[in-house]
Design a protein around this ligand. Structure first.
Ligand code: ADP
Ligand code: MG
Length: 438
């Protein structure tokens, strides 16, 4: 297995393992900082380097292994153990260099109105080293490409100006390194290392808040680099002025260069990103794939990581189960993972889906008709509106010809009871839910 294949497969594992919101945070926190270094296929071990020196990392990686185990076996063909190599213990050589991802380049960064300024400023820095805007402060929500841009600067310089020293570090890793260096009494080496940079890329600076030692160290490093005319690039999830607990002297340093925001991408940019992803995987954008792209781009609007994750998951699942990628398949795969646009779930849509499913009219659901062919669908519609919308019991009553709230409550209880024993009803309700949630 080549190194590229190894990285690719590992990425697939992280992007396709079936997790809910909570566990996806764990994946991001404990597994994404790992970068696969080599694989020992005979002994079933994959060796990783961690981009962070978090002392909890090894423990957490092991104790959360169940989250990825199945997918790892499916992807790699058998179970592998995860071993993390301690490369971060010594400060000497370019260890942050081992954490460079070939995926994060300018070529692979799709430009759109949402990120134009941040992209242009990053490119200018990578090409010229002219600290015209110093620092460059990039801010935007999670999953919008901040780390990608910082890493792209690094990989561009490495390619075109390898004699220049570019250091990429997350604020968390910086903090942990600082702590370790204090324990080991190597703070001098720590300082020197960062002051040697031609470009310092400090990712997720919002995590500095409240850590006074780190604030101090960042402040001093900043001043040293700044007065030596070296470039500093910072990323954050908020603009400097909104980093509430940050001391004024840091806010004003951070604001003195250029501040560029990244906004969520518009529909066209989302589609372009997904298309690029498809091409990277060597697939053709046929009619079916276009529909899938459209489905995902319509539903996941403010996080590119989730956007890509959804696509990777659809492709991964289709490959594993050896079926064709269609819009229907994508819907079925994505309902478990993503909360597809809930704001479109209205009482109106739910009534419509239920009416269609049972072949009755919406007005029949709302009417006082007591025939069984209306009563059951009506109770289901009431139950689903209660479950999926914020409407109160009396408001739901209004949706059904002014019924009393106790009637509404009775309907909900009735369906809930029935669901405990009736599997076929559960399936029907799931089908209806799929209908109105997309
Ligand atoms: P952030 O650091 O802002 O949370 P990342 O840089 O980690 O976000 O981006 C999340 C994912 O989305 C990455 O896989 C990245 O490659 C991808 N991504 C973000 N913006 C773009 C873009 N404009 N074009 C292509 N891929 C992007
Ligand atoms: Mg990031």
């Amino acid at each position: 297995m080549t190194n590229i294949e190894l990285k690719h497969k590992w990425r697939t594992v992280l992007d396709t393992c079936p997790v809910d919101k909570l566990n996806s945070v764990k994946i991001d926190q404990w597994y994404r900082p790992l970068s696969p270094k080599s694989i020992d296929e005979e002994n079933g071990v994959i060796y990783f380097i961690a981009s962070e020196t978090n002392p909890m990392l090894k423990h957490m990686v092991n104790s959360n292994f169940n989250l990825i185990r199945e997918t790892l076996i499916e992807t790699f063909g058998k179970e592998y153990k995860i071993e993390i190599i301690d490369e971060f213990d010594d400060f000497d050589e370019d260890m942050e260099g081992s954490y460079s991802d070939p995926h994060y380049t300018f070529e692979r960064f799709v430009s759109g109105a949402n990120n134009r300024l941040a992209l242009a400023a990053s490119l200018a820095i990578a090409e010229n080293f002219t600290p015209e805007y110093n620092p460059l402060f990039i801010y935007g929500g999670s999953g919008l490409g901040k780390t990608h841009l910082l890493a792209a600067i690094k990989s561009y310089v490495r390619e075109n100006n390898p004699e220049k020293k570019v250091i990429y570090v997350t604020t968390e890793a910086f903090t942990n390194e600082l702590i370790t260096s204090i324990q080991k009494q190597t703070t001098e080496q720590f300082r020197e290392k960062y002051r040697k940079a031609d470009i310092l890329l400090l990712d997720d600076i919002q995590f500095i808040a409240g850590k006074e030692g780190t604030e101090e160290e960042v402040f001093n490093t900043f001043n040293a680099l700044y007065s030596a005319h070296k470039q500093i690039v910072l990323s954050s999830d908020k603009p400097p002025k909104d980093l509430k607990t940050l001391p004024d002297r840091l806010v004003s340093r951070f604001s003195q260069g250029m501040i560029a925001d990244i906004q969520p991408p518009d529909y066209e940019t989302r589609v372009a990103i997904l298309q690029q992803k498809i091409e990277e995987k060597g697939l053709d954008v046929n009619q079916n794939i276009s529909e899938v792209i459209d489905l995902i781009a319509q539903n996941i609007t403010d996080n590119i990581r989730e956007l890509e994750g959804a696509l990777t998951r659809v492709i991964g699942m289709a490959t594993l189960s050896n079926v064709e990628i269609t819009k229907g398949f994508a819907k079925s795969v994505l309902t478990d993972v993503f909360h597809l646009k809930e704001k479109e779930i209205s009482a109106e849509n739910i009534k419509k889906s239920v009416a269609e499913f049972y072949g009755v009219k919406i007005s029949d659901l709302e009417s006082a008709k007591r025939s069984r062919i209306y009563v059951v669908p009506r109770q289901i519609a009431i139950y689903l509106i209660r479950k999926h919308t914020q409407l109160s019991l009396p408001q739901i009553g209004q949706e059904f010809g002014g019924r009393d709230h106790t009637t509404v409550m009775h309907s909900c209880e009735k369906i809930e009871e029935e669901l405990k024993i009736n599997d076929s009803l559960r399936k029907k309700i799931e089908t209806i839910e799929n209908q109105f949630s997309m």
